[in-house]
Design a protein around this ligand. Structure first.
Ligand SMILES: Nc1ncnc2c1ncn2[C@@H]1O[C@H](COP(=O)(O)OP(=O)(O)OP(=O)(O)O)[C@@H](O)[C@H]1O
Ligand SMILES: [Mg+2]
Length: 396
């Protein structure tokens, strides 16, 4: 009789072990609906390290197709699937277009006791050979005017599709512009994208966070605290990218928000209610130092790089301080830049001269190391050297 409690506790222990084992078996053999096995791919090399995950080039074992795997960082997730990745997936499903990156599927690794029962998730994209930051950092890559027109036309086509789908990209920058080996430009990285809310008459307008867009490509309204912004924020970035096709490095590289506004004022002229109607209503106007008596010098400062008058005019209109005056993607496509000789051309010639892939990440670690990294997205501080004390030292 005395052994009975002992056998009861043994029995309980065995039952508990069985339950634990069943649970492990369940987790290990669990198949998420719509999610495929990452073991279908062989990883080849790392091509990107973003704020939200790593990107690898990989090959499908069955078909041999080359893809890009974007690993979803789960470290900060206490539970569940990260909202940023869910947003990105939802946006990409809505945005099927030749000039927008193509999401093929979502994959996960198996949950095992080795990874404490936590799967790793990956977004699988059609692979593109280059990103624009990588191409621009390589001085041997020379763009002809007609090719720049071809690139910008594709960029505005992609942006038009995004904006017509009532989506804001919110992270326009050269590293998020991909180019396939066929020379097709694809806007990528929808990690910060979000839908535009419909405005209901009589209801207050929707507010969005203004901590978006990499600092160097961030428009003045965001820097001044605007939270009811629209598609014009992406067109400012398009203007910065367009100028960069000639200057080869980002045109305004501020290391703080204050400094970015100073650089913008030095290029686009002083910010005040005369140059930008109702700017005084923005939350940070009057709270942040805005240098006065500076005239607009976009054309003057860029004309030693950009020798085409129509190109200069288009950049000038994309870098309008007042978002209401900034050209949108539709109007940009109608600009005479795209309708005068030399007409836009495809990138076949250029692509045939490139021997290997060029990415910002590999350039930053290889022979084409960029002088000024450009990672200041969201709350991450810009990784740039200390200010040299001169007001023009960090501009193209
Ligand atoms: N489909 C693709 N083909 C080739 N390279 C890609 C592809 N998608 C992304 N990359 C590379 O990986 C980099 C990072 O990808 P992505 O911008 O989507 O990630 P992220 O984590 O949001 O980056 P960040 O926060 O730096 O903007 C890109 O700049 C590009 O160089
Ligand atoms: Mg990116």
């Amino acid at each position: 009789m005395a052994s009975q409690p002992q056998s009861l506790s043994n029995q309980l222990e065995t039952d508990q072990q069985k339950v634990t084992q069943n649970l492990i078996n369940y987790v290990e053999s669990f198949k998420f609906p719509y999610i495929n096995d990452i073991n279908n791919y062989d990883r080849m090399l790392k091509i990107g390290q973003g704020t939200f995950g790593e990107v690898f080039k990989a090959k499908c074992k069955k078909t041999g197709k080359i893809v890009a795997l974007k690993k979803i960082l789960m470290e900060n997730e206490k539970e569940g699937f990260p909202i940023t990745a869910l947003r990105e997936i939802k946006m990409l499903q809505r945005l099927k277009d030749p000039n927008i990156t193509e999401l093929l599927e979502i994959c996960s690794s198996k949950a095992t006791s080795y990874n404490r029962g936590r799967s790793t998730f990956y977004l699988v994209f059609t692979f593109c050979e280059h990103d624009l930051a990588g191409l621009l950092s390589n001085q041997t890559v020379k763009f002809q005017l007609a090719e720049i027109k071809g690139l910008m036309k594709q960029l505005f086509n992609g942006l038009y599709k995004i904006h017509m789908s009532r989506i804001l990209h919110r992270d326009m920058k050269a590293a998020n512009v991909l180019i396939s080996k066929e020379g097709v430009l694809k806007l990528a990285d929808f990690g910060l994208a979000r839908p535009l809310f419909k405005t209901v008459p009589g209801q207050p307008e929707a507010c969005y966070t203004n901590r978006v867009v990499t600092l160097w490509y961030r428009p003045p309204e965001l820097l001044l605290g605007e939270r009811q912004y629209g598609t014009a924020i992406d067109n400012w970035g398009a203007g910065c990218i367009m100028a960069e096709l000639w200057t080869r490095s980002p045109i305004m590289q501020g290391e703080t928000e204050q400094r970015q506004l100073t650089l913008i004022s030095q290029l686009c002229g002083s910010i005040n209610p005369t140059t930008w109607e109702e700017v005084e209503k923005l939350p940070l106007y009057g709270k942040i130092d805005l240098p006065q008596s500076l005239r607009r010098r976009v054309v003057e400062r860029l004309n030693s790089y950009v020798k085409d008058a129509a190109a200069l005019d288009l950049i000038d209109n994309l870098l309008a301080l007042d978002p209401r005056k900034r050209l949108d993607a539709d109007k940009a496509l109608d600009h005479r830049f795209f309708w005068t000789d030399p007409m836009p051309t495809d990138l076949k010639r250029l692509m045939s001269t490139l021997q290997h892939s060029m990415f910002e990440f590999t350039a930053a670690h290889g022979p084409h190391k960029r002088a000024h990294p450009q990672q200041a997205t969201v709350n991450v501080p810009a990784k740039v050297p200390a200010v040299q004390g001169h007001m023009h030292d960090r501009v193209f």
